[in-house]
Design a protein around this ligand. Structure first.
Ligand code: F6P
Length: 551
């Protein structure tokens, strides 16, 4: 499938700026006015992006010509913009309670959301008081296990960890995700089944990993009660858009919390999918998270493109991905509490934007999703930053920092932030050969030149810095909503549906075909390709050999 690599409207700007080093661009102090913006607790600094006023204006004109405001308003109002599934996209309605603007979402959806939020609040309150028997829950719960995968895991996982300082005392949170039985095995060794509350989260309630892990945990709890199903049920909650399936799996109707087809899994943290988060941080803080996200919703709905953080982030992504043809972006939070941000963004961005066909079935015109990767700083500096500074490929960097930490170890925090600032500066400025030569004091002229060549840095490597005032429920909500709207904008500008995910289905259906061949240890494999056949044979053969060794 071929697509034009560089859109024509960017070509002249790319050519012009190819001759200008970021060092030169950064001499213009006024660029901060165009490229550094604050909304509430979030400061977005794009001033180390390799674009100038003309390139930014061209990107802005492109957005304006695309009709992005009308597309945005259609999403907020509940138009069926997820066309391949005929669904509206209403994750913003989930946090409408925190908005200062009236919600244009359908009244029916807003009512369902409000009543579910009330149910969550009441349950969380009761669990916090130590007696949720009115909600069908066993007394003495000390541990909550969220079972889910993808959007039913990554959001709550990110937020529960990020908001550790807000955790309700006496309740520990765990996440069971992978179908690898090792995780379930370890958790069952660690926890007391009579004090464990399992929250099974699955929008479809058909996901293999989640249902298998749920069954493992149900059997484990059942053994603790000699198979008394009514007692076992007191340890389960479910969250699903397929309420009937959750009930027939064994969770009593009043312990099932709904989500809806109008919310995509990767956009669902704000719904009952965030139940284990609400249990971990309490209702007050859960609502603060919604409010923080709603603040960005209001901003996205009202600010001009020049001031609009999600729009600017998306335009910078277009510039890097399509103009400069950068294939990957490293997300590096300088905050251990944001360890899970990168994997959260991998799903949000790559599942949403990893598309090559338009909703009309035509090939896309340009490259779409970059590869998103990364890990926390400063650890990352001691792993892969060498390649980012001196490797042959330019990788776009995104640094996320927190101004005020949730601890008083100020020396650590100052060191952390100084490293973030230093990396962004070093990547942009680099070190010229002459500067490196001037530093090389020892050896012959030739030896000094050889060393200087190795110790110089090209620089001219772009990065974005996002600074949160502090890591609070509000600022986390704002940060995540910022990324959500960036994804919406990119879907719109690239002309793809950011809200479906057909690309995950093929592997799932092949796995369903392969499973019997592994379960039985025999059977015809000739329907599979030669590589799959050979690996099934190898696994079968080794399983027999290893079993005979154990006899
Ligand atoms: O396989 C991808 C996916 O469908 C994601 O989009 C989704 O977040 C995840 O699986 C989990 O799905 P569910 O919540 O239905 O179990």
């Amino acid at each position: 499938m071929s697509h034009e690599r560089r859109p024509s409207f960017l070509a002249e700007h790319v050519d012009r700026l190819a001759r200008t080093h970021l060092r030169e661009l950064l001499k213009d102090n006024a660029r901060g006015d165009r490229l550094r913006h604050r909304v509430g607790p979030v400061l977005l600094d794009l001033s180390r992006q390799k674009l100038d006023a003309e390139a930014l204006a061209a990107l802005g004109a492109h957005a304006e010509a695309s009709g992005w405001q009308a597309a945005r308003d259609a999403m907020f109002a509940g138009a069926p913009i997820n066309t391949s599934e005929h669904r509206p996209v209403l994750h913003t309605a989930l946090r409408a309670s925190g908005s200062s603007l009236p919600s244009p979402a359908p009244r029916e959806a807003l009512d369902e959301i409000e009543s579910t939020l009330k149910r969550i609040d009441a349950l969380v309150h009761a669990v916090g008081l130590g007696d949720a028997s009115a909600f069908g829950i066993a007394p003495g719960i000390t541990d909550v296990v969220n079972i889910g995968i993808g959007g039913s895991d990554l959001g709550p996982r990110l937020a529960v960890r990020a908001l550790t300082p807000y955790h309700v005392p006496g309740l520990r949170s765990h996440f069971l995700t992978n179908v690898d039985g090792q995780s379930a095995y370890e958790l069952m060794r660690e926890l007391d089944p009579r004090r464990t509350l399992v929250v099974v989260v699955s929008k479809t309630f058909t996901t293999q990993e989640t249902l298998l892990n749920g069954t493992v945990m149900r059997d484990w709890i059942s053994r603790a009660y000699d198979g008394d199903a009514s007692k076992v049920a007191r340890h389960f909650l479910a969250v699903s858009a397929n309420v009937a399936a959750a009930e027939s799996w064994g969770v009593p109707a009043e312990q099932v919390y709904p989500m809806w087809d109008f919310v995509g899994g990767r956009f669902s943290l704000w719904s009952a999918v965030g139940l284990s988060l609400a249990l971990a941080i309490g209702s007050y803080n859960f609502h603060a998270l919604l409010k923080g996200a709603a603040q960005i919703d209001d901003h996205f709905r009202t600010a001009s493109w020049q001031q609009n953080l999600p729009v600017l982030l998306s335009l910078v992504e277009i510039w890097n991905r399509n103009g400069l043809e950068r294939g990957s972006r490293a997300v590096v939070p300088y905050a251990d509490l944001l360890t899970d941000l990168t994997s959260y963004l991998q799903q949000l961005e790559m599942e949403s934007l990893g598309k090559q066909v338009t909703p009309q079935g035509q090939p896309v015109a340009q490259s779409t999703s970059a590869v998103v990767w990364g890990s926390v700083g400063t650890n990352a500096q001691h792993a892969y930053f060498q390649a980012l500074h001196q490797g042959t490929d330019v990788v776009l960097l995104e640094f996320i920092g927190v101004v005020k930490p949730a601890h008083d170890l100020n020396a650590n925090h100052d060191a952390l932030l100084s490293n973030l600032l230093a990396q962004a500066a070093a990547l942009a400025l680099g070190k010229t050969f002459d500067e490196a030569l001037a530093e090389a004091k020892q050896g012959s002229e030739e030896e000094r030149r050889v060393l200087a060549a190795q110790r110089s840095f090209p620089g001219d490597r772009p990065s974005t810095v996002i600074l949160l005032d502090a890591l609070t429920p509000e600022s986390l909500g704002a940060l995540i909503a910022l990324y959500e709207h960036k994804v919406f904008m990119l879907g719109h500008l690239w002309g793809i549906n950011a809200f479906d995910q057909w690309g995950v289905e093929l592997g799932k259906s092949i796995a369903r075909q392969i499973l019997p061949a592994l379960e039985n240890g025999e059977g015809d494999t000739s329907a599979f390709d030669s590589a799959t056949q050979a690996l099934i044979e190898a696994i079968r053969e080794r399983q027999l050999t290893l079993a005979s060794h154990n006899r």
